[in-house]
Ligand binder design. Structure first.
Ligand SMILES: [Fe+2]
Length: 299
């Protein structure tokens, strides 16, 4: 399908951090690598749970209809908990995890410290296989995709995600990552359906979306679906497998880096949004790449 080979060096940058609040300066330009679409991999950055917190690692605590338990720290809003008596302990764990992620941003991505916004973090208790078994191909995250939110248009803002494997039984989290975004866009853009401002307006009015979907949001959603629907691309497209062992963490722009979560269970994840203009190299953003290819503004 493609001559492009993804090597581990092209896909991943390893960082030696062992501490979420490390102050030792690093000569590695993590922001530059991240903005090129690399996954920042911290093989030794564990999020250590107390013995009490370890008892929370059971899928029964999560609402079976949801992919995860999620927490909005600014609003102190916790959703997706099925066992009410564990609510307080879960909220405490997620609040603690969010603070650790803020410290990590300050250490590793200091340029973003004041511009990342709308944090949501999540506790993922289900094995990936269980989620895949109960959902349609569109929600099957074992297929390579870039993230796009169907109901929450983000007008080009970046989706930054910090992941940590907290599996207590030694199980790795296995991912595949794909080609650089410009190549991905070249491949899929010709196949994407036309944007209709009228349809976006109606979807907003009837409550399908929280705000009107922009042309950019339309393209990203279409790309997400087109990637997942293309089994030739899934099986033979450019990709590299990565294993994330328990006690490791990783960061990527999930709207830019094609990724697929193949197996694993028990993870903490932190999402932030970042304005394109807060990047060091805005031209690497999916928004600017797509606008350059189409020769027009998309938001
Ligand atoms: Fe994803």
């Amino acid at each position: 399908m493609s001559d492009i080979k993804i090597t581990p060096e092209a896909a991943i940058m390893r960082l030696p951090y062992q501490d979420w609040s490390t102050t030792s300066p690093s000569s590695i330009d993590a922001v530059a690598a991240l903005e090129q679409g690399k996954v920042l991999f911290f093989p030794h950055l564990a999020f250590n749970l107390t013995d009490t917190e370890k008892t929370l690692l059971t899928p029964e605590l999560a609402d079976p209809k949801r992919k995860n338990i999620s927490y909005q720290p600014k609003l102190q809003k916790l959703t997706g908990v099925a066992v009410e008596k564990q609510r307080e302990a879960i909220q405490k764990l997620l609040a603690h995890h969010h603070r650790a992620c803020q410290e990590l941003v300050t250490s590793v991505l200091p340029e973003y410290r004041h511009t990342l916004h709308t944090p949501t973090n999540s506790l993922r208790l289900h094995p990936i296989s269980a989620w895949k078994a109960c959902n349609s191909w569109r929600k099957d995250d074992t297929r390579l995709h870039v993230d796009a939110f169907p109901s929450r248009p983000n007008y080009g803002e970046r989706i930054l995600r910090i992941f940590t494997n907290i599996n207590p039984h030694g199980e790795n989290r296995l991912w595949r990552v794909g080609e650089p975004f410009p190549e991905l866009a070249q491949r899929f853009l010709p196949r994407l359906g036309r944007y209709s401002p009228l349809i976006s307006w109606v979807q907003d009015k009837v409550g399908i979306t929280k705000t009107r979907r922009s042309h950019y949001d339309h393209l990203m959603l279409q790309m997400h679906d087109a990637m997942k629907a293309d089994m030739e691309y899934q099986n033979n497209g450019p990709q590299q497998a990565i294993e994330f062992p328990p006690g490791s963490s990783w960061i990527c722009f999930s709207d830019q880096t094609p990724h697929a979560a193949m197996s694993g269970q028990f993870m903490l994840e932190q999402t932030f949004l970042l304005p394109v203009k807060a990047m060091k190299t805005p031209q690497n953003s999916p928004l600017k790449v797509l606008e350059a290819m189409l020769h027009k503004p998309l938001i």
